[in-house]
Write a new protein. Structure first.
Length: 119
């Protein structure tokens, strides 16, 4: 994409890519992203996730994602914090979720959400 391109003239997918490049280009220790894949088609999401994997140094950088697209981003996750109504319902490592419960991430989240609503 030419550097002279204006964001308003780009497709939604190209805007997503440009925003990700601008974010990761800052070389920060922490990245906080709120619904970074919202409204993007599956191919663009996949490209952006591959970019996050490729351009984030997880030894010295932390990526915090707020998303409803759990299945798409699960490859990026080490830990999962489940929030509801501004409160932490659960916080677990993905290895623990899969190993101890035998559930996939979405099943675990559904169980925890129902348990949190009952309690």
């Amino acid at each position: 994409m030419p550097l002279s391109s204006k964001m308003k003239n780009l497709s939604k997918g190209m805007r997503g890519r440009a925003k990700l490049a601008a974010t990761l280009g800052r070389e920060s220790r922490y990245y906080l992203m709120d619904e970074p894949f919202s409204g993007l088609d599956p191919m663009v999401r996949s490209d952006l996730i591959k970019g996050l994997i490729r351009f984030t140094d997880l030894e010295r950088q932390t990526l915090i994602l707020s998303t409803h697209e759990i299945r798409e981003v699960e490859i990026l996750l080490d830990e999962l914090v489940l929030l509801k109504g501004g409160k932490v319902l659960a916080h677990r490592h993905l290895d623990e979720i899969h190993g101890e419960t035998g559930m996939d991430t979405v099943e675990w989240m559904t169980k925890e959400t129902k348990a949190g609503a009952a309690g």
